[in-house]
Design a protein around this ligand. Sequence first.
Ligand SMILES: [Zn+2]
Length: 347
Amino acid sequence: MASGKDATYNINNFCDYIRTSFSEFLKLQPTLHRDEVHRILHEPAIIRYYRPTNQPWRYYLISLFQIHNETVNVWTHLIGFIILWWIMGELSAEYDVWTEIHSWPMLVFGLCCVISTMTSACVHLLHSRSVYHHYSLFMIDYVGATVYSFGSGIQAFYACSDKATYEYVGSNYLPLLTFMSWLNFIVLCLSKLLFGHNPCDVRRKLMMIAMMTIQAALVTLPFGPRYFRCYVSDTCSLSSLNHLTISWIFFASCAFFFGSHLPEKLYPGKCDVLGQGHQIFHVVSVVNQIWQFHSMRLDLSSGASDHTDPDIVIIMVAFSVLLTVDIVSYVLLKKLIPSFAKEEKQS
Ligand SMILES: [Zn+2]
């Protein structure tokens, strides 16, 4: 009769057998220590669970079901993508999107959110293929990031803006937002291309955060004066703007976790799979996007966005211009990918 020790041994053997068979079936490779992968692929304070480079694309696609240091980054935005699509479906059932003009900013914002979450999930899934693909795919991630900042500007201007500011800024806001979103893309790409060879270089993060701060100011501009007007009014309570304040706190939290690499810098090697600052940034950004939808609905139902007059054709033209200049810039900037990364790709 088998002893308890033998039974445990057999169960462990059986688990190992299942895991190995599963890995072999999916053609999964064991993950690596950071010393075994190129320095470009290193993330601050992440020590293990890197995927090997130069595997077939199939390997990176299937690694969606493997535990590695990007698994949670992929799934957080993949789940976010599904939730945001579901919200878009609810929206089209709630509003007549053909005739209700105030639902259009929500549609455009939702489109921007699903594009940014999907590109991010794909980039985190595939970028480890080589140093060259790491550079080129993260530049695509920045297309998604600038599309999202464009969507946030649309939300701020057409759904949550201050009436006097909306009338004062008028038709200048959309071209300015489009131009600044494109500039944001250029700065994000250059910061990666110039300083991306050293993942711990603070200049890269400073460039990114400086540009994001300017973009955040542009997005805040349309609704910011509502605080002042409410403060000086006898009939307005600042708590009526809590939905905008909470969104701002989410934005600030995103910037903090994106730039700080906390908590992993405090516990090197302990957050290799779960608990990275970037994962928290992903989760908070999705929660914020859901909250931004909520804010638009609130302002629409309270009549706070009645003064706006969104034109879906003009907004979509601006959106198409942004996408086009982003893609053209991407093709041109790809030439600046460091030569060692191109050589590695060719070898
Ligand atoms: Zn990310």
